[in-house]
Design a protein. Structure first.
Length: 197
């Protein structure tokens, strides 16, 4: 009995050290050397300052920027230094979900000067499961071109060309769908505005 208890304690300690300390340490060092950008959080720098991560959405709200998907968690702007993540967990028959969708539709149509029954891409109306999805569909980006171009006093062709430049194909050509990273696109817009001015 004592022998089995002692072996169990030793096994627990050994696997704790291997899987809880050594493996994470080796993987962290390896990934920092081989994939430093990704291991560091895929942070985007401008003028020596971190402006965001290409993996996390930000709540762009003005007409000068492309808007991301709606977020049920305020784009992870939690308190205490922690980024909250999560969906609303509202079901398809939820009155609150319908109210949120109607509000999102009204906001998008009003900002784009569209009639009350104009179609809107679904990813601009429904929040993602995480609330932090950094990408929108190419259709959602194209939907916003006219609004952004007008707000920035740029031509629709200029803004459309930027959108087309930032469309990423499905991962390895098969996983997921084509997408546009909102933060990268908005930073490119700012850079184009700076060159123009």
């Amino acid at each position: 009995m004592f022998k089995l208890t002692f072996q169990s304690i030793l096994q627990t300690l050994m696997w704790t050290v291997i899987t809880g300390i050594m493996y994470p340490l080796v993987m962290t060092v390896f990934l920092q050397l081989v994939f430093p950008y990704q291991a560091g959080g895929s942070l985007i720098m401008r003028d020596g300052k971190v402006v965001g991560s290409e993996l996390l959405a930000q709540g762009f709200q003005t007409n000068r920027y492309f808007w991301p998907r709606p977020s049920a968690c305020s784009y992870g702007t939690g308190t205490g230094g922690f980024a909250a993540s999560g969906a609303s967990n509202l079901g398809p028959t939820s009155a609150q979900l319908q109210k949120n969708v109607d509000a999102n539709l009204a906001t998008l149509r009003t900002a784009s000067n569209l009639p009350a029954d104009a179609p809107v891409p679904a990813d601009l109306v429904f929040a993602s499961a995480s609330g932090l999805d950094p990408d929108i569909s190419p259709e959602a980006a194209r939907f916003q071109v006219t609004r952004v171009a007008a707000a920035r006093n740029m031509s629709v062709d200029q803004v459309t060309a930027l959108v087309e430049k930032f469309i990423k194909p499905p991962q390895w050509g098969v996983f997921g769908m084509a997408r546009v990273n909102v933060l990268q696109l908005n930073l490119a817009l700012d850079a184009a505005d700076t060159k123009k001015g």
